[in-house]
Design a protein around this ligand. Structure first.
Ligand code: NDP
Ligand code: OXD
Length: 306
């Protein structure tokens, strides 16, 4: 079995060593233009040239959960695209979203600012029931986030493409459920894949349907968000603020308006990192399942875009 590694911005050394140790019978190498055909590939943001030169790939393992970057390319016709399912990302995402929701709900910024000014004082406790959280996307990550928020006793709504039943979560689905979902939510968390249906979904119309004083958390993709609509709705007071981990342009330009907005909190696409050991264990398990002719989970349906 020949495995090639073609990942932008990821140091290949440790991945290659671990793959060779786990699969001693496999030929594992870092892709170079002109290389012979491989059977399988580990990929992250590969160039089109890689796809053009590897028409015989049987499967590509994406080193992330989101495959929007990969699906922009023309892919080898016979290659299955396999994405990471959790592998340590879901708990990170749950931590990140819970901290953002709790920080907002408990007014930690206001407390910290007061302490920095030399004050000592309490704010009126807010009611959790006034802060229903809506999670867009109830897949591997969205479900974990919704469950974690429910554990902190927030009312939680969830929205997905197809109907889902989750204990303790009020669920909505499809275009027909979107308005009711938004109208019942005061904090909006985006965990959708980026597809033609979801691009720009965080826009003025979506925000206007949320409960007043709503808060937006985007941890999925920058292209979900219409940036100026977010700024306008925060400045108008309809939105209380936002926490953003992903951006249309990454790295976020140093002079971007988000960087100096007092009500927008930023992190550099760090909410849930790919963990090498966990991801490789999952990929190796799937390579072995493929060799035994077994079906895989996490295979992307390109017509849906995720
Ligand atoms: P999944 O594929 O497991 O889940 C996707 C969810 O979105 C499903 O519930 C799906 O509905 C729903 N969905 C898709 N299209 C629509 C639509 N048009 N309308 C309503 N719901 C829709 O993905 P993951 O949970 O693993 O990951 C989600 C995204 O998180 C990734 O695509 C990636 O962009 C982002 N991500 C960001 C990271 C970061 O560091 N910031 C790290 C990892 C991922 P259904 O259940 O019906 O299929
Ligand atoms: C992913 C990401 O999709 O890190 O895994 O954004």
């Amino acid at each position: 079995m020949k495995i090639t590694f073609c990942c932008t911005d990821i140091k290949p050394g440790p991945w290659i060593e671990d793959l060779r140790a786990a699969l001693p019978e496999a030929e594992v190498s870092v892709w170079q233009p002109g290389d012979p055909q491989a059977d399988y590939a580990l990929v992250w943001a590969p160039p089109q040239q890689f796809m053009d030169e590897q028409p015989g790939l049987k499967a590509m393992f994406n080193l992330g959960a989101g495959v929007d970057g990969l699906l922009r390319l023309k892919l080898p016709a016979g290659a299955a695209v396999v994405r990471i399912e959790d592998a340590g990302m879901a708990v990170q995402m749950a931590e990140y979203v819970c901290q953002a929701v709790i920080r907002h709900f408990r007014e930690i910024d206001a407390y910290e600012a007061g302490m920095a000014r030399g004050e000592w004082g309490f704010r009126k406790p807010r009611r959790r029931s006034d802060f229903p959280v809506g999670v867009m996307g109830l897949g591997v990550l969205g479900q974990r986030v919704a469950r974690a928020l429910a554990h902190f006793e927030f009312p939680v709504n969830g929205w997905s493409r197809s109907p889902r039943e989750l204990e303790g979560i009020t669920t909505y689905s499809g275009a027909q459920g979107f308005g009711d979902f938004l109208g019942a939510s005061r904090v909006l968390v985006n965990l959708l894949p980026l597809t033609p249906d979801t691009r720009d979904i965080l826009n003025a119309d979506t925000f206007s349907r949320l409960l007043p004083g709503a808060y937006v958390i985007n941890v999925a993709r920058g292209d979900h968000l219409v940036e100026q609509d977010l700024i306008d709705q925060i400045d108008s007071g309809h939105l209380a603020g936002a926490t953003l981990d992903v951006f249309r342009t990454e790295p976020l330009p140093a002079d971007h308006a988000f960087r100096r907005h007092p009500r927008i909190k930023l992190t550099p696409h760090a909410s849930a990192r790919t963990l090498r050991e966990d991801s490789l264990a999952q990929m190796i398990g799937k390579l072995q399942a493929l060799a035994r002719g077994e079906p895989l989970t996490g295979v992307v349906e390109s017509h849906r875009g995720y």
